[in-house]
Ligand binder design. Structure first.
Ligand SMILES: CC(=O)N[C@@H](C)C(=O)N[C@@H](C)C(=O)O
Length: 700
């Protein structure tokens, strides 16, 4: 018995431990989902051309602002002062060539009716606009309407896009003039000034092809030097400005989105001689593996990088992995630069012009690592800690800046100079963020068709193997996504990882599934032949996850609930309609329920009635094909300005389920888009998800 008046040292130790455990249990169970989502999310990490400064955007619970830090101390400075959770997006950031000015784009994209997103009902125009910050004074002001600004090499002019047209404005022009640089057919993108600034190269997107175009500033002349019936894209100038490299990607007729493709007419690399205006093919992919130029890997708008020695670096999926290779256009010597098991996801050039900074998962499949590729020697050097998740590195003088997360910390900007690393703006990291999370365990599953999929398991707080816990399965969207052994590099999935951590903190076994057709595990995993609208084979991986949990002695198999967004909502709907007996309830956030309704959003050519065989398989691969079996209660969550998954997908599902007596609850966000712009909508969606699943778990 503790003598509270005269406790001895041992009794003091017991007392302090008891108090600690009581406090820990109290805080663990009382911290809210908003605490788990309280860390500002960093994006648009950018370095100045002189390597002496960096800038990034913090989305601090919906309040988005630009931050700036410069050598030598890299103290963070807030450059803008936008207030509140008002649902207006911010980024990208572009430094001027002299590093004295920073451009940022603020505003929301338009929906098919031409309305810029405005979920907060602001009584102002929320179209995208370009702002200019004088980094000496810190003052920012409106510069132009539009997006995608690029400085001319001398910094005197800024080219930008409005819709698919090109505009040009003097960087010093403070008027509200808006002047088109040239008129052209098609939709223009991928603006690229030549090193001398005498040309602007661009891609002119047409329907089933695209051209690489050139604007000659001196002659005021628009040309398409080598028009083709293919997709010519990703223009890249040689350092001396005498050559322009680009990809030639043959069209793939009637390729249904969300279906597998592993080979096509091979793509190639061409080089245009700016003097003769003649182009030649310098390399072509082999037929078969690697012949498809994947359109969202690497996840950036470049595919070609020149080396100082005149070679070209490019991504190729020849060996099942999207990796970097080089070709010497003269000798045609090909080199494989990033061998190993894993994919290259982002590639970033640097002001040194002699390196590429690469974000990948080679040798660390469930995380992201950063490496440096020397463009003279092609040496590859790992720069990051293998135990953390690192992405979008940028070069600074005598060091590097990047974004880093771990299993118990969301993404945060880091800087390293002279070998010393530190968190940027550490003072802004919220004290309310939970200190004790669940460390994820990697799990491998095997579906009934033998396919191997992967996931992460979070055990509940105060885990007791003798207990039986309710369980949740989180299903990511995309499907070209990958959940990691920690907080994700994408905000959508950083938040959903946090939500799974919240479930664990509230006494759930929380499983996170990486089902086939996702990224990170190679082409064979991503392009499994019957996935998506071609058979929904990935549903078998969901069933494997459910069977894995049900077989655990610490899981109450009557309380297994799937939840997920978009493609993850699609899989939640498949789970509840194909195997209601396996699951308790589910939460379907902006899910796809009939491929034939939503695929036209991604492929305007697709009219189900014109492709009856495709449409029949697509419907067979949709939850609506199984909806008659649906019995389990479901919560439907959707924003009604969703440009990815039609709001009507949830409207139609609710009607059908209600007719057959299924319990349907709903949480609807007026004028909200797919990846919620309002932070409060994330918080409310996850709180509703937890409460819905919890009340049906406790009720049993
Ligand atoms: C490409 C796309 O929009 N796919 C949707 C079905 C989807 O899953 N969207 C979000 C969640 C994503 O991660 O892409």
């Amino acid at each position: 018995m503790v003598d509270y008046l005269h406790p001895n040292p041992l009794q003091m130790k017991k007392l302090s431990l008891t108090i600690y455990l009581l406090l820990f249990t109290f805080f663990a169970y009382t911290q809210s989902i908003s605490d788990f989502l309280s860390v500002p999310f960093p994006t648009s990490m950018t370095a100045s051309p002189d390597g002496k400064a960096i800038a990034w955007v913090f989305n601090d619970q919906g309040e988005r602002n630009v931050f700036y830090a410069k050598a030598p101390d890299y103290a963070a400075k807030k450059l803008t002062d936008y207030k509140g959770d008002i649902g207006v997006d911010l980024g990208p950031l572009v430094f001027s060539p002299d590093s004295k000015t920073l451009l940022f784009v603020r505003g929301n994209s338009r929906n098919p009716s031409g309305q810029p997103a405005n979920p907060a009902q602001l009584q102002e125009n929320t179209d995208k606009k370009i702002f200019k910050v004088d980094l000496e004074s810190g003052k920012s002001k409106w510069f132009a309407p539009g997006t995608s600004p690029v400085f001319s090499p001398n910094g005197e002019n800024i080219a930008y896009l409005i819709g698919g047209s090109v505009y040009l404005k003097a960087a010093s022009d403070t008027t509200d003039s808006v002047k088109q640089l040239f008129t052209a057919r098609g939709s223009t993108s991928m603006l690229s000034f030549s090193p001398e600034g005498n040309y602007l190269a661009f891609m002119s997107g047409r329907t089933d092809h695209s051209f690489v175009g050139l604007w000659n500033f001196e002659k005021k002349e628009l040309t398409y030097p080598e028009a083709s019936l293919d997709f010519d894209a990703y223009p890249a100038w040689s350092p001396d400005g005498k050559k322009l490299a680009y990809l030639r990607i043959p069209n793939i007729l009637n390729l249904l989105p969300f279906t597998s493709i592993t080979e096509a007419n091979p793509w190639s690399i061409r080089v245009l001689d700016i003097v003769t205006m003649k182009a030649e093919e310098v390399w072509k992919a082999d037929p078969g593996r690697g012949s498809v130029m994947v359109d969202d890997l690497p996840a950036i708008s470049e595919r070609l990088w020149w080396t100082p020695g005149g070679s070209l670096v490019f991504p190729w999926e020849k060996n099942n992995w999207m990796q970097l290779y080089s070709i010497n256009p003269i000798t045609k010597e090909l080199k494989h630069l990033t061998p190993g098991e894993g994919q290259v996801e982002w590639v970033q050039a640097s002001f040194t012009k002699n390196e590429l900074l690469i974000t990948h998962n080679i040798g660390n499949i469930d995380r992201r690592q950063v490496s440096r590729l020397d463009l003279s020697t092609f040496d590859l050097e790992l720069l990051s800690d293998p135990q953390t998740i690192n992405w979008t590195p940028v070069r600074v003088e005598n060091g590097l800046a990047w974004l880093e997360s771990s299993w118990n910390q969301p993404g945060w900007p880091m800087v390293q100079t002279y070998g010393q690393s530190k968190m940027l703006a550490q003072e802004l990291f919220p004290k309310s963020f939970p200190k004790t999370l669940s460390k994820p365990t990697p799990i491998t599953l095997r579906a009934k068709d033998g396919f191997e999929s992967y996931g992460q398991l979070l055990l509940p707080a105060n885990y007791d193997p003798k207990k039986k816990y309710p369980a949740v399965i989180f299903l990511h969207g995309g499907s070209r996504r990958q959940m990691l052994l920690g907080f994700n590099y994408g905000m959508y999935y950083s938040h959903t990882y946090a939500a799974q951590q919240y479930f664990a903190s509230q006494g759930y076994i929380a499983f996170i599934l990486n089902y086939r057709s996702g990224i990170g595990y190679g082409m064979d995993f991503r392009e499994e032949k019957n996935y998506g609208a071609g058979g929904a084979s990935e549903v078998q991986d969901v069933m494997a996850a459910a069977d894995y949990l049900a077989a655990r002695s610490d899981v109450d198999h009557s309380k297994i609930s799937p939840w997920g967004g978009s493609y993850g909502g699609f899989l939640t709907a498949h789970a509840l309609s194909q195997a209601p007996e396996k699951f308790n309830v589910g939460v379907d956030i902006h899910g796809v329920h009939n491929w034939n309704n939503d695929i036209p959003v991604f492929a305007s050519w697709y009219k189900p009635e014109k492709f009856p065989e495709m449409a029949a398989l697509a419907f067979k691969s949709s939850p609506m094909n199984f909806v008659k079996n649906w019995k389990d209660p479901v919560l439907l969550i959707h924003g009604d300005d969703d440009r990815n998954v039609l709001f009507s997908e949830s409207v139609e599902l609710a009607e059908v389920l209600r007719k057959q007596g299924v319990h349907v609850e709903q949480l609807i966000f007026p004028d909200e888009v797919h990846s919620f712009l309002l932070h409060r909508n994330w918080v409310n969606a996850f709180a509703a998800t937890f409460n819905f699943i919890n009340k049906h778990s406790l009720a049993k």
